[in-house]
Design a protein around this ligand. Structure first.
Ligand code: ADP
Ligand code: F6P
Length: 323
């Protein structure tokens, strides 16, 4: 194997650039040529594939977003789209690929591996931390710290005005960001897609807190909670209780941008090196994960088969401490 490609795909995550840098520099260290594929599978199909070298990745270890850009590509979900993508890689003699993205991107990588024999290694890049086979995904640590910072700021205002704030964080199907940033920010309650807590129990908790002397409260709502998000929760609480003076803040895409934390930079750097060395060992259809201090190579399907859910015990931590 002489040439490999690297791409970012799906939602961007802080630390993706550090991963791209690590892949490029590790590959060059090992005597490989590297091609950067722009805009994920979309760019692959369109042939937006260019040589990328160590100097092209200078100064990006601490930059958010992804210099390779990212996209979602419906065409790649169908075989004719993948035929086009594989043909573009073959034209350039690219035999190995590092795909940095979430489990959707991994599905695409597994198909390239199975249908065309292209050696593929996945790196988990998503703020959601919902990928099986790894304790942490690249971007999660930055996202929870960004959300925690926002919660801290809002608490100042909530406390000054004796108000309830409903803060919506990202996570269409994963409540991990909500749960961890909520505990870190001392939230009174946390509503996530995976747990069955609803409006009635929330109102009960708010009443209990106020009976114990609380004058303000922070409630974190994951965007994918069954209620429909923070605005819907605020409306229902106002309609069904005495808690009328509340405010809603949607943190939204603020959580996806910004400089990655040291944790994410180091995780991405270690994973990038491991991915290149895995390709050189002849591995394919695998993902790099971290377990404790160790880098692991796991079958890529574990990403969705063992999808990470937060420990429900974490909700108890929030409830016991948030009274
Ligand atoms: P993420 O990688 O963050 O989970 P998506 O689920 O949007 O993001 O997936 C990113 C891209 O991966 C999709 O736009 C598509 O091009 C490709 N992809 C997703 N699922 C499949 C699939 N089942 N087969 C082939 N390609 C897929
Ligand atoms: O998967 C990462 C994520 O940020 C989710 O938490 C969120 O639901 C989704 O992407 C938002 O995607 P988009 O940027 O396409 O709106």
């Amino acid at each position: 194997m002489k040439r490999i490609g690297v791409m970012t795909s799906g939602g961007d995550a802080p630390g993706m650039n550090a991963a791209v840098r690590a892949v490029v520099r590790s590959a060059v260290y090992h005597g490989l040529e590297v091609f950067g594929i722009e805009r994920g599978y979309k760019g692959m199909i369109e042939g937006a594939i260019h040589p990328i070298g160590p100097r092209d990745v200078s100064g990006i270890v601490g930059r958010g977003g992804t210099i390779l850009h990212t996209a979602r590509c419906l065409e790649f979900m169908e075989k004719p789209g993948r035929d086009k993508g594989a043909a573009e890689l073959a034209k350039l003699g690219i035999e190995g690929l590092v795909v940095i993205g979430g489990d959707g991107s991994y599905h695409g990588a597994e198909k390239l591996h199975k249908e065309f024999g292209i050696r593929c290694i996945g790196l988990p890049g998503t703020i959601d931390n919902d990928i099986g086979g790894t304790d942490f995904t690249i971007g999660f640590d930055t996202a929870i710290n960004t959300a925690m910072d926002a919660i801290d700021r809002i608490r100042d205002t909530a406390a000054s005005h004796d108000r309830i704030f409903f803060i919506e964080v990202m996570g269409r199907s994963s409540g991990y960001v909500a749960m961890i940033s909520g505990i870190a920010g001392g939230a009174e309650d946390i509503l996530v897609p995976e747990a069955n807590n609803g409006i009635d129990s929330l109102i009960e908790r708010l009443r209990e807190g106020h009976a114990r002397g609380k004058k303000s409260s922070i409630v974190i709502v994951a965007e994918g909670h069954k209620s429909g998000g923070a605005a819907a929760v605020a409306e229902k609480v106002a309609a069904q209780s005495e808690f009328q003076d509340n405010r809603v803040t949607v943190i939204g895409h603020l959580q996806r941008g910004g400089a990655p934390t040291a944790f994410d930079r180091v995780l991405a750097s270690r994973m990038g090196l491991r991915a290149v060395e895995a390709l050189l060992e002849g591995e394919s259809g695998k993902m790099v994960g971290v377990s404790g201090q160790n880098m692991l190579l796991r079958p890529i399907a574990e990403a969705w088969e063992l999808r990470t859910m937060f420990d429900p015990g974490l909700l108890r931590v929030a409830h016991v401490l948030g009274v």
